[in-house]
Design a protein around this ligand. Structure first.
Ligand SMILES: NC(=O)c1ccc[n+]([C@@H]2O[C@H](COP(=O)([O-])OP(=O)(O)OC[C@H]3O[C@@H](n4cnc5c(N)ncnc54)[C@H](O)[C@@H]3O)[C@@H](O)[C@H]2O)c1
Length: 258
């Protein structure tokens, strides 16, 4: 099957779609023929994603958007329900919405810790919960955003790492719980992808951070991956090419954590 037709007739929801990896996923899936609901709280970024998707519309794919926070229970329920009502079914949910903040752990407020966990883990849970009844109907699948930080001890990112460890555990719990229903649940674990999140992070390490603690986590050539490197793997996981992949947490880091 050609790249242009792998997602023909497929309806997919992508969160975090206004930027970085989420935007690259929307564009890749539209290019492959999917009908995509792009979800984010950044309306300007969403418009940029839709404009880029428009250029690819010749493939038969199309994107619409919903501007909301993935932590807003009723908005998430409404957006997923309306998308399924208008398209007929849901084939996959790609949860990429997330935030990153770094700090010395002893100086991290409980409020900051909880905010990161609420968005990264709580938002992923909510979207999964609301999409699952539709995915059971279609025997669809979910791809979540974990991170290498969940497994390899990224300093100054305790809250973020804990939230991503939670996403990995949530992914594996759901994959087993829904296996008999024919729903697959996987996650990607990127490490060092050139996105606005990582660019902002570079300027925001805490004062007196010991950057040598990161040396074993980066490539000798300091090369980062591109959002498209992750989007291609997600596109494989979320269609029939990934039919026998379930409960996997796929590391996408160019070997830095090997
Ligand atoms: N870039 C990396 O190196 C890297 C590594 C590991 C994991 N990840 C994960 O991949 C995902 C995408 O990251 P990215 O690098 O593309 O970052 P990004 O900042 O470019 O994109 C994240 C998007 O999530 C959206 N978002 C944040 N909070 C939201 C909320 N409450 N509701 C809806 N949308 C919200 C933002 O507006 C933004 O558009 C994140 O979950 C991130 O943690 C990224």
């Amino acid at each position: 099957m050609s790249r242009a037709s792998r997602y023909q007739g497929k309806n997919i929801i992508v969160t975090g779609a206004a930027s970085g990896i989420g935007r690259a996923v929307v564009l890749r899936l539209v290019e492959e023929g999917a009908m995509v609901l792009a979800v984010d709280l950044n309306s300007e970024g969403l418009q940029g994603t839709l404009a880029s998707a428009e250029v690819l519309a010749g493939s038969g794919g199309r994107a619409t958007s919903a501007c909301l926070s993935v932590t807003d229970e009723s908005a998430v329920r409404e957006a997923i329900g309306s998308f399924v009502k208008s398209t007929g079914h849901l084939d996959a949910l790609i949860n990429m919405a997330g935030i990153l903040a770094s700090a010395h752990t002893a100086e991290t407020s409980f409020e900051t810790f909880m905010r990161i966990v609420q968005i990264n883990l709580g938002g992923t849970f909510l979207c999964c919960r609301e999409a699952l009844p539709y995915l059971v109907e279609s025997k669809g699948n979910i791809v979540n955003a974990a991170s290498t930080s969940a497994f390899f001890g990224h300093p100054y990112m305790a809250a973020y790492s804990a939230s991503k460890g939670g996403v990995a555990a949530l992914t594996q719990a759901l994959s087993r719980e829904y296996m008999a229903s024919g729903v697959r649940v996987n996650a990607v674990a990127p490490g060092g992808i050139a996105t606005p999140m990582v660019a902002a992070q570079a300027d925001n390490f805490p004062a007196e951070a010991d950057m040598s603690l990161f040396m074993h986590l980066s490539r000798p050539d300091r090369q980062l991956g591109e959002p498209e490197d992750v989007a291609g793997v997600i596109a494989m996981l979320a269609c029939d090419d990934g039919a026998f992949v379930n409960g996997a947490i796929l590391r996408i880091d160019g070997g830095t954590h090997g």
